[in-house]
Ligand binder design. Structure first.
Ligand code: NAD
Length: 351
């Protein structure tokens, strides 16, 4: 069951023994490059995580760097190289187009890197970072944070074999993130989740999209057929009135719906009527394939966890050698590869 999301012992340990992590004695000297909207939260967590020693930050916006360093009582370095000289590892939370170059500098300096998603803007850049990291013997972890969404983690208790998956991720327009098409900004979260759920190569992609507010694709839909027969439909939009983040998973005798925003997972399972009678039954008896069956409804408890904190703890533990990255560089590279294939098909469809 645990293999379905490939989270296994790492996650369970993080979720259940989060406090015991605080017993780890050695602190890893760490810094943050890029302290804008999201980078600020990396700084906040590293300033409190017991196995991190926050060395400082670097941001090319000196005013922003000064403000964040003051707020979290850390140093603002005047160059990436000065920061790297004092660190063993860094989070890279700069805009996506700069990930490749910034990460290359850090890896060349022999530092472990946590790169916010998407790993880079091109697969070539991602491949060259993976090769360099391999040579330098350093870790790359990628911030596909939704993999640690507590509502998704509840699926660890179910045996999943999805036949059809429908995903929707809609967000009101904001200029942040529009330096890349919606497929690289929003859809890539769901692509990473799908790849972790289905674990089969993609056989066929049909994709379409439109540009509404930017010169790039703002609304995208992709229909994927995996080699094992699973079909997935993903819709992503940054032109919506309200935020929506939902995934629906259909498989033989089971339907799961997750609302990532509400942190709500609901599971409907078809059971023989004589079994599990004490459990909450959703439907009156149904006749199916000559058998009397009923639908059982479950709302598995969703733990309240901070996904970013868990990701960063996992990064620190992976550096310390007590865990492996939940989303490693290869997983980040593969999600990017599929995202770019989808985006290219959208562009072909548009022209
Ligand atoms: P932002 O624009 O708010 O912040 C980026 C910061 O990086 C700015 O302060 C900017 O001055 C600084 N910067 C730019 N280029 C730099 C460079 N070369 N060196 C040092 N500093 C530099 O952006 P954001 O919304 O925080 O997004 C940053 C990254 O995080 C993006 O890759 C984005 O895709 C990712 N992100 C991930 C999630 C998630 O859910 N995992 C959410 C939001 C953003």
């Amino acid at each position: 069951m645990l293999k379905t999301l490939n989270l296994s012992k790492n996650i369970l340990r993080l979720m259940e023994n989060s406090k015991s992590n605080q017993n780890i004695i050695s602190k890893i000297p760490i810094g943050v490059i890029g302290v804008g909207h999201l980078g600020r939260y990396h700084v906040k967590h590293y300033s409190t995580l017991k196995n991190a020693s926050l060395v400082g930050i670097y941001d090319q916006d000196r005013k922003r760097a000064a403000q964040i360093s003051k707020q979290y009582g850390t140093l603002s370095f005047s160059s990436i190289n000065d920061l790297l000289a004092a660190c063993e590892a860094v989070s890279i939370v700069t805009p996506t187009p700069s990930h490749g170059k910034v990460a290359e500098i850090c890896i060349r300096a022999g530092k472990h890197v946590f790169i916010e998603k998407p790993i880079t803007k091109s697969v070539q850049e991602a491949d060259s970072l993976l090769n360099l990291a391999d040579k330098k013997g350093v870790l790359i972890q990628v911030g596909h944070i939704e993999r640690l969404n507590p509502a998704l983690l509840t699926l660890e208790r179910y045996a999943l074999n999805p036949k059809f998956i429908e995903v929707q991720r809609l967000a009101p327009y904001t200029s942040r993130g529009t330096d890349v098409p919606v497929v690289l900004d929003l859809m890539i979260h769901d692509i990473d989740i799908l790849m972790a759920l289905v674990k089969s190569p993609v056989k066929h992609i049909h994709a379409s999209g439109v540009s509404i507010m930017t010169n790039s694709v703002d609304i995208a839909n992709a229909r994927l057929r995996f080699e094992n027969g699973t079909v997935a439909s993903i819709t992503s939009s940054r032109i919506a009135k309200d935020k929506v983040r939902k995934i629906k998973i259909f498989q033989k005798n089971m339907y799961v719906t997750i609302d990532f925003l509400l942190g709500l997972t609901e599971v409907y399972r078809v059971m023989d009527t004589h079994k599990e009678e004490s459990r909450a039954l959703f439907s009156a008896p149904l006749e199916a394939n000559g058998k009397l069956r009923q639908i059982q409804y479950e709302k598995p408890p969703v733990k309240k966890t901070d996904a970013l904190k868990m990701e960063l703890e996992n990064f620190l533990d992976s550096i310390a050698g007590t865990a492996t990255p939940i989303v490693d560089g290869k997983a980040g590279r593969d999600a990017l590869d599929l995202a770019l294939k989808i985006h290219d098909l959208i562009l072909e469809d548009l022209h």
